[in-house]
Write a protein that binds this ligand. Structure first.
Ligand code: RP5
Length: 181
């Protein structure tokens, strides 16, 4: 038996042109070193045709920029923020404290603690200041959460999510067929 080499999360979706140049999703990370993980979110947003921006905004190295980013995000037209950080990962929580927009946090795994440090830094928010935290390295799901939020008021995006779910189920069935060979 030779299972397909295609990973289950590599579902192809129809790419459609971005219909607006104004970013709806702010994809930020504490360091450019986080982009190896966060690029999966950028790719997914691109695949769904969602206008987004990508920025390095560090809670520790550029704290004033981080505060301004959170403060101005909604007025600039963003609808959701995805924030990834590793280690002492304060960026998602601090942005959540500075904006009424939903913030999705991505724990980025670093070398020593396999991302558990990042996860706990992001997920343990005090009541009143939520961060929707995905799994360690879960940048793709972070993008899908952002897309689902946007799809609540965007029928075209909702249809694309439905198509994506069908493609995901089809891929599982294809793998089952492969297992029979
Ligand atoms: C965090 O420190 C960043 O989010 C990154 O995950 C980590 C290490 O940053 P670099 O030293 O690689 O720039 O703030």
């Amino acid at each position: 038996i030779e299972p397909s080499a295609v990973p289950i999360n590599a579902v192809p979706i129809n790419s459609v042109p971005v219909n607006s140049s104004a970013p709806l999703v702010g994809l930020v990370m504490g360091s450019d070193s986080d982009f190896t993980v966060m690029s999966a979110a950028a790719q997914t947003l691109k695949d769904f045709g969602v206008a987004h921006e990508v920025q390095v905004v560090s809670a520790h190295r550029t704290p004033e920029k981080m505060l301004d980013y959170g403060r101005n995000a909604q007025a600039r037209g963003l609808k959701v923020i995805i924030a990834g950080a590793g280690g002492a990962a304060h960026l998602p929580g601090m942005l959540a404290a500075m904006t009424t927009l939903p913030v999705v946090g991505v724990p980025v795994p670093l070398g020593l603690l396999d991302g558990l440090d990042s996860l706990l830094s992001i997920v343990q928010m005090p009541a009143g200041v939520p961060v929707a935290t995905v799994s360690i390295g879960g940048a793709k799901n972070a993008a899908l959460i952002a897309i689902k939020i946007l799809a609540t008021s965007d029928d075209a995006l909702r249809v694309k999510l439905e198509d994506y779910s069908v493609a995901l189920a089809d891929l599982v069935e294809q793998k089952n067929r492969d297992l029979q060979e």
